[in-house]
Each structure stands twice: as C-alpha cells, then as structure tokens.
Write a protein that binds this ligand. Structure first.
Ligand code: NAD
Length: 487
C-alpha cells in the first residue's frame, strides 16, 4: 500500500497511517486519541482526533470535488471502484491482520470472507450504478423522464464492529451514485479504515472524493452530521446516537438513514432440526455477541425445551475462548473495557432483579465475558427488552405460533428474526408476521447484497442494499417535455 503518510504506527507488522485522509493527503490534528488492542489491551496507536476545523476541511474538500465526480458518470466512476476492489483483494492479509489487532474479530473470518466482502461491495455497486437506468414514458401529451442526480457530499459514520466491511457497504453506493464521501469510523477501531483510504489513494480516486476523518463521535461525528454542506447522512450504530444525528440532519433538511441495534428473536419450533437450531443458537456467541443481527432472544416451543437446552449447552461447551488470531478460537475478547463493564452491568442488574443466570454471568480474563444464558422472570425484564451487544442470550418458551409471534414482536426493535422449522407454511406465516428488516428461516447471516437491508422501529430508518441505496444517494427529478415542442 502507498500513501503520503505523515504519522504511522506499526500494527501486526503493517504500517498504518494514523492521520486523517483529506483531499488526497494525510492531515494531522494537534490532538490524538488512543486505540488499544482488545487482545491484550496494549496501545496500538495514537490517532489524529479531528477538531471542528478538521471536519470543515474534509467537508469542504468533498464539496469541491463533488461536481466533477458527479459529472464523470457511472461507467467512469466504476473503473475507480473496480480498481479499489482489486486492491482490497490484493491486501486481504494486512487488512485482516490490522482489523484483528484493532477489533479482535476472528482472523480466519476476516481472511475468509469479511474483508473480501468489502471488495465485493465496491464491485457490485460499480456495476449496479451502470445498470441503474433512467425511466422514460409517455403520458398526457408529454414525455416523462425520471432523472437521477447525485445528491452531494455524504457523511458516513460507522460503528466499531466490522468497521472495514460496514464502511465499504456504505461508501460503495455513495461513490457509485456520484456522491463524494467523508467517512468517520468509530474511535475504538479506526485503523482498517485508514488503510482503506490508502487503497483509495492508490486506486487513483481523485482528491476530495473519498475522505476519512478520525475522531470522537460526540465531537467529530456530531460536527460532521451538522455541517450544512453535507447532503446525505448514512449512519450505522446505536439507537442513542441515531436520535442525536437525526436531529442534526433534520435541522439541515438532510436525508438520513440509520442501521441500528436489535434484540432479535431466534424462534425454534418443535418440528425443527434441533441439532441445527441449537448449533446456530450457540453460534450467537461468535464475535462475543457483538453483532447487531444476532438472535439474542431464544424463543423455544415448550415441548422441546429440555432437548433443545441439552443440545445448546453441548454446543456452547465446545466454544473456545481465546486469541482471535488462533484458528481454534471461536469466541474472542470484547472490544473495550468500557464495553465489558456495560455488558457486565446488564447481567448484574438481571441477577439482582431475580432473573435466573443459567450459565456464564461472569467476566473472564482480560476483556472476555463468559457466554451467558439467562431465563427471565418475565417479558418486560430489561435483559429481554434492551440490546446488550455482548455474549448474553435469554430464553423463553411459547405454546403455539400466536404466542411465538407475540413474543417475537414484543420489543421496540425490529432488525432481524431467525426461525427454525421444517414446515413451509409455518416459515411463510412466521416470516410474514415477524416485524423486522430480514427474517432467516433455518439459516443466519446469508446476505444477497442487492436485497434491501435495514430495520423497523428502534432498529433503524431507511434501507440500504441494491438500488435502495442508490436511490438514497440520488435526488430524483422528473423531466416533462411537451409533445412536438422540441425537434
Ligand atoms: P455508537 O452509536 O456509539 O457509535 C457509532 C458511530 O457513531 C461511531 O463512529 C461514533 O463515533 C459515532 N457517534 C457516536 N455519537 C455520535 C454523535 N452524537 N454524532 C455523530 N456521530 C456519533 O455505536 P457503537 O457502540 O460504535 O456500535 C454498536 C451499535 O451499532 C450497536 O447498537 C449495534 O447493534 C449497532 N450496529 C448496527 C448495525 C446494523 O447494520 N443495523 C451494524 C453494526 C452495528
């Protein structure tokens, strides 16, 4: 990788720029913040901490670069995005090593699929944008044409879990649609997105089109989304931050999309393959449960509870808590001491309020938290209703489909649902009835990137994926020409 680096840190043997990437150059801030490795809590790097002035510099660069990028057209923009995708594919190993050190996702998942998904995002959107045609029709004595105008500079704000993949998921459609971008990754895992900036530089993406700003959410993030030159805000993160970001966007009448947390049901019917269901339920502890789509509320048909739990415990016993760089590890440490404390707080409050801790419920060494299962005393318990974002599951039973649906839809969230059943009719009925952006039947996390993605209720607003994201990054216009008035 090459970039005109100013400050760098060596992380997992990879030299990583630690300053912003603005207008095609590395830009330093006077202040820094520290990023640590969840693996051993060692300091990885001091990273530039954007001031309001730095935010303005980045947005101005994106604003200035916008007219030429928008005018380039989808085919030419696609050439840059394909080049960027090729560079990501060539650099899977350093990207995976750095993200593993900075965020502790399992190295083998990063190598096998997560980083490559980033390349796929750019490739898919480069091609989708070319196919995203204008519509023409004749009515009322006029020709109607829907034109798509690139919206302008977009602010993209991403969370600390899967930072590289989620940043490409958002910046790919923005860039493909003709928007310029200021990306602010999360302060707990900023480094892989800095490498993404280096690759964008190497791909020759013109200065100002793709900018990466490092900093703290309440400072740089807040200033970015409030900037009047920003014409789209795309956010993935917590419901709490989304409320503030949405208010800032509203003040500037800036369209805003948010992919937020979930408290997703994993529903197991008696007719299901219980081995597969239990294995998938235990798999919700992967990535230490730090996955927005995780099925954290196990809803089990009461007639098979004992059999299911026996299989679930056996599958959970097989987990190996350890170093995410080791192949044998299945559960890695959590992201940050503050997050471990937050997760422990949820479980401690559950214990104090009389919920039964069935397994786990304690901190481990370093930043580990034990895979935890809780049987709540009622559906209104905090541990059932609020997102923990850690290796903590609850279980409840249901008697029939109606009760399963009632429980599934009983939180303010609606991101995903997972259903295990062998009945097609039931798959269809439950699939329709669960209020969520996606429902998987007998599987989990399989994604087609052209399908819509997002949440309902507190899980989000707007949809990404396929043309849905291209629509978001475009302003649609109708052009009407009176018949016979032009030659
Ligand atoms: P967070 O909301 O604390 O931070 C997310 C990003 O927003 C970070 O970059 C942060 O710096 C920034 N930010 C925070 N406050 C801000 C503000 N006031 N203005 C502007 N920016 C601000 O979330 P997190 O802890 O990093 O991520 C975990 C959350 O993200 C969980 O709730 C998880 O479910 C959710 N998530 C959702 C999806 C999805 O696709 N639905 C994917 C991954 C994570």
């Amino acid at each position: 990788m090459s970039a005109t680096a100013s400050r760098t840190a060596t992380v997992a043997g990879v030299e990583v720029p630690t300053d912003h990437y603005i207008n095609g150059e590395r830009v330093q801030s006077a202040q820094t913040f520290t990023t640590i490795s969840p693996i051993d809590e060692s300091v990885l790097a001091e990273v530039s901490r954007a001031s309001v002035g730095d935010v303005d510099l980045a947005v101005q660069a994106a604003h200035d670069a916008f007219p030429a990028w928008a005018a380039l057209g989808a085919v030419e923009r696609g050439r840059y995005l394909h080049k960027l995708a090729d560079l990501i594919d060539k650099n899977i190993e350093p990207l995976a090593q750095v993200e593993c050190a900075d965020m502790a996702m399992l190295l083998r998942s990063l190598r096998a699929r997560v980083i490559a998904r980033g390349a796929l995002n750019y490739r898919n959107y480069a091609d989708l944008a070319v196919a995203y045609e204008e519509r023409d029709w004749h009515s009322k004595g006029t020709w109607n044409r829907v034109q798509r105008m690139p919206a302008g500079p977009a602010a993209v704000i991403t969370p600390w879990n899967a930072p590289f993949m989620l940043s490409t998921w958002k910046t790919a459609p923005a860039l493909a649609a003709g928007c310029t971008v200021v990306l602010k990754p999360a302060e707990w895992s900023p480094l892989s997105c800095s490498l993404l900036a280096s690759l964008a530089d190497e791909a020759g993406i013109p200065p100002g089109v793709f900018n990466v700003l490092q900093g703290i959410g309440a400072e740089a993030g807040a200033a970015l989304v409030a900037h009047p030159l920003i014409r789209r805000v795309s956010f993935t993160g917590s419901t709490r931050a989304a409320r503030e970001i949405g208010q800032s966007a509203a003040r500037n009448i800036t369209p805003f999309t948010a992919e937020l947390g979930g408290k997703n049901p994993l529903i197991v019917f008696a007719d299901a393959d219980l081995d597969a269901a239990a294995a998938k339920a235990a798999g919700q502890y992967d990535d230490a449960g730090q996955v927005c789509l995780s099925g954290t509320r196990l809803l089990i048909e009461e007639s098979v509870l004992d059999t299911f739990l026996e299989k679930f415990h056996a599958a959970t016993d097989a987990h190996v808590l350890g170093d995410p760089r080791e192949d044998a590890t299945t559960v890695a440490p959590m992201i940050h001491p503050d997050h471990v404390a937050r997760v422990a707080g949820f479980v401690d409050r559950a214990r104090e309020s009389g919920q039964r801790i069935v397994r786990g419920g304690q901190r481990g060494e370093g930043l580990f938290y034990e895979p935890t299962l809780i049987e709540p005393t009622g559906n209104d318990a905090e541990i059932v209703q609020n997102e923990v974002f850690g290796p903590v599951l609850t279980y409840q039973t249901f008697a029939d489909e109606d009760e399963a649906i009632r429980l599934a839809n009983s939180t303010n969230y609606g991101l995903s649902g997972i259903v295990y059943t062998s009945s097609m009719g039931r798959a269809d009925r439950i699939g329709r009835a669960v209020r969520a952006g996606v429902v998987w039947v007998n599987t989990f996390l399989v994604r087609d990137l052209t399908a819509p993605f997002g949440g309902v209720g507190n899980s989000g607003i707007g949809r990404e994926g396929g043309d849905y994201a291209l629509d978001f990054y475009s302003d649609l216009k109708t052009l009407q020409i009176l018949d016979g008035s032009v030659a």
